[in-house]
Design a protein around this ligand. Structure first.
Ligand code: ATP
Ligand code: MG
Length: 361
């Protein structure tokens, strides 16, 4: 028997740079256009979605293991999944709208008792809520910056740490994180909390700013085999001179263009053994504490004393197939001698093993 790999998509696979409009009605989720610091106005509504080339590359890798059926992660998904009844689902669906959007696909897989790869609905939802995830990390003594949640700018009278970073509570791909997100005064922070509350219809998370080196850690493998791939460091010296040292929306989607790529990732990162060990230790601890499975990307930043803290955990890591594109997970995999196909197949195998499925791969 061979597996039927299924790639549930974000509707019509699109991303921030994509021009096409999705087939699913998204009007209720549309967010206002954002303009920052004189750059051209942009909308980040679809920033988390995979580009069609990514979906095609995942499908191609899976097709080396069996027949692949694409399923859109839209309103027709529950029925389509039941009808397709695949041997296993390869989940890459980011969802659209709502704090539990990443949980929908695995929830329906569980409902129909269909195996799937990656983290379960609880882990996906917890990681998407940055504050909830940090509460879990703190319980497990994994260092993470001080924070508070602000559903209203007036709540900031309880906040005394400046500079701070103000971010949407449950977005990814740097949605809502711009040059203005690094706030030095209560007035700046209040304005950002207000903007996030209004534009995203959700609370903001306010975090102590850590000004040290930043790394991201790709973790790959099922169960006890999960291990960190070579560290990626972010070189903020590649950002425009006036930009604050954060990897925000402009850095990901505006200043980094195919015609002039931002050479921001260094992999393998140059760091001494003790720092590397500690970063790997807290990243793996975060992965386990949040009950991630098969793969995830952990963002880590050092404080002024050089001590690393976990910023956030991404259980659905981006995997752009183009080696020239800035995509941390495939880059870290390449540094470990793993191809794009190796990554996808490792995740698939991890899922297969978890369910005790037997396939001739
Ligand atoms: N507390 C902090 N201290 C310093 N820098 C921060 C902090 N929080 C966020 N940043 C900066 O902002 C960037 C984006 O933040 P974060 O990773 O939380 O957003 P995201 O939208 O979830 O990102 P992703 O694209 O990884 O999904 C970080 O990579 C980092 O450069
Ligand atoms: Mg991040």
């Amino acid at each position: 028997m061979k597996p039927t790999g299924v790639v549930p998509l974000s509707p019509n696979g699109n991303n921030a740079a994509g021009e096409s409009s999705p087939s699913l009605s998204t009007s209720s989720f549309e967010q206002p256009v954002i303009a920052t610091n004189g750059s051209r106005p942009f909308s980040d509504t679809y920033a988390e979605w995979d580009d069609p080339s990514t979906i095609a590359a995942i499908e191609e890798a899976l097709s080396q293991c069996g027949d692949v059926v694409r399923l859109e992660a839209d309103a027709g998904f529950p029925r389509a999944l039941r009808e397709a009844c695949p041997d296993i689902v390869f989940n890459v669906a980011e969802g659209l709208g709502g704090a539990t959007r990443e949980s929908y696909v695995p929830t329906f897989c569980e409902f129909w008792q269909i195996p799937y790869t990656g983290s379960d609905p609880l882990a996906l939802a917890t990681c998407l809520d940055k504050a909830r995830a940090k509460e879990v990390l703190l319980h497990h003594r994994v260092p993470t910056p001080d924070f508070m949640v602000a559903g209203d700018p007036r709540q900031l009278d309880r906040w005394a740490h400046f500079p701070c970073v103000v971010k949407p509570l449950h977005e990814g791909s740097s949605k809502g994180i711009t040059s203005r997100s690094l706030c030095h005064t209560p007035n700046e922070a209040e304005a950002e909390v207000r903007r996030i509350n209004l534009m995203y219809g959700e609370p903001a998370i306010v975090e102590r700013f850590l000004g040290g080196r930043e790394f991201t850690v790709a973790i790959l493998g099922g169960g006890a085999a999960a291990r960190p791939l070579p560290l990626v460091e972010l070189d903020f010296g590649t950002l425009p001179r006036e930009a604050p040292p954060i990897y925000g929306y402009e850095a990901k989607w505006i200043w980094d263009r195919p015609e002039s790529p931002l050479d921001i990732f260094k992999c393998p990162a140059e760091c001494d053994g003790a720092l590397r060990d500690r970063i790997e230790e807290i990243s793996l601890a975060a992965f386990r504490a949040l009950r991630c499975r098969d793969w995830a990307r952990i963002d880590v930043r050092c404080d002024d004393e050089g001590s690393p803290h976990v910023l956030e955990v991404n259980p659905l890591p981006g995997v752009l197939p183009d080696p020239d594109a800035n995509s941390c997970f495939p880059k870290a995999a390449r540094a470990a001698g793993l191809s794009y196909e190796d990554v996808i197949k490792t995740v698939l195998h991890a899922g297969i093993e978890r369910y005790g499925l037997i396939f001739a791969l």
